[in-house]
Design a protein around this ligand. Structure first.
Ligand code: SAH
Ligand code: AVI
Length: 322
């Protein structure tokens, strides 16, 4: 038997160990402490589970931000000149964009998302509901350079980044992203960004560890994805979801904790876990209005307006380039 045949047989049919996903997973699981990029949560199932999270009683961010958008739609629309291309980063279900699209004279909507299948089905659904709107979906990782559609080249641009997805970056990477968005959106652009606020730890921890176990399923789905796409052999019953608020860093951390000492096989590697060892799968930073404005200022954005809800749980910022 040739070397080639032996190698091919040793690996499960579905694995693609040369992909960027594989390289990132191997690097993260070889690091101490172990960690994985949160952007990999979003395969089809991950996107569906995130949608379920947004409806949970404990997960206040979505309903709170939707409330702000509803209450302030007319004020937000003042930052969106007629004929604008609205570019949404991490568009998910497009539920929040729909409020903006109803209030402003947007000519083209560009939803950008890493979850390609979900993006396309949501764009199709939106096209059915708003047949006169030009919808130009872009399946891309917004942490790396990507092109906007040529069709919007001459249009004024407004960025939209709701959901506090910016909180899933480490603060230096958030500043880097804001700089990258400034270049992409151009000189006279506005950027509407949703940012979750620092609050009572019990409210935060419940939001990321719900009673129904949906957030746990969302977190564990990452291991399921690694098994399916990379042929690893994670036993999902031997890991558990853990969420805690790190007060010093103002962030919720999600982890997957190994319930026993065990080895996981990934390609030709064996990844050892001690009992209680965790993989850090997500940080969700919480800001104050001022601390977020200071971060945006590092990237050249100045505050144009900020709206919050009556409880002060969530903030929506309109930024302009200084
Ligand atoms: N904007 C929606 C969805 C937020 S969930 C809301 O506010 O409810 C985060 C979304 O960002 C998901 O749809 C996910 O697929 C997408 N996403 C996460 N990381 C990404 C990345 N690096 N590049 C592109 N999209 C990303
Ligand atoms: C997408 N992102 C802003 C969510 C958050 O709240 O950090 C992802 C999430 N993780 C667990 N629940 C929701």
């Amino acid at each position: 038997m040739s070397m080639l045949a032996r190698t091919a047989r040793a690996r499960p049919k579905t694995s693609n160990l040369d992909s960027e996903f594989a390289r990132d997973v191997i690097a993260g699981l070889s690091a101490r402490p172990k960690w994985l990029w949160a952007k990999y949560f979003y395969d089809d199932r991950g996107s569906e589970l995130f949608e379920q999270i947004t409806a949970l009683p404990e997960y206040y961010p979505t309903r709170t931000e939707l409330g702000i958008l509803d209450a302030r739609a007319a004020e937000i629309a003042r930052f969106i000149p007629p004929g604008t291309a609205l570019i949404e980063f991490g568009s998910g279900s497009t539920a929040k964009a729909r409020i903006v699209l109803r209030a402003a004279a947007v000519a083209a909507y560009v939803p950008v998302d890493i979850s390609a299948g979900f993006l396309n089905s949501e764009a199709t659904r939106l096209a059915r509901d708003l047949p006169r709107l030009r919808i130009l979906p872009v399946a891309a990782d917004f942490t790396t350079p990507f092109e906007l559609p040529a069709a919007i080249r001459t249009r004024p641009r407004v960025g939209f980044f709701p959901g506090s997805t910016i909180g899933n970056f480490e603060p230096p990477q958030a500043a880097e992203f804001l700089r990258h968005a400034a270049r992409l959106l151009g000189q006279r652009a506005h950027f509407i960004v949703g940012v979750d606020l620092v609050k009572d730890e019990r409210v935060l921890e419940a939001a990321y560890d719900d009673a129904a176990g949906v957030t746990a399923a969302f977190n564990l789905n990452l291991l399921r994805r690694i098994n399916r796409e990379l042929g690893a052999d994670f036993d999902l019953d031997r890991f558990r979801h853990k969420a805690l608020y790190n007060r010093a860093q103002h962030r919720i951390e999600m982890h997957l904790e190994s319930l026993a000492a065990q080895n996981v096989v990934l390609g030709d590697r064996v990844i050892p876990f001690t009992a209680g060892e965790t993989i850090h799968t997500e940080s969700s930073y919480k800001y104050t209005v001022e601390s977020f404005q200071a971060l945006a200022a590092q990237a050249g954005w100045s505050p144009a307006a900020v709206w919050t809800d009556p409880k002060g749980y969530f903030s929506l910022h309109a930024l302009r380039l200084a």
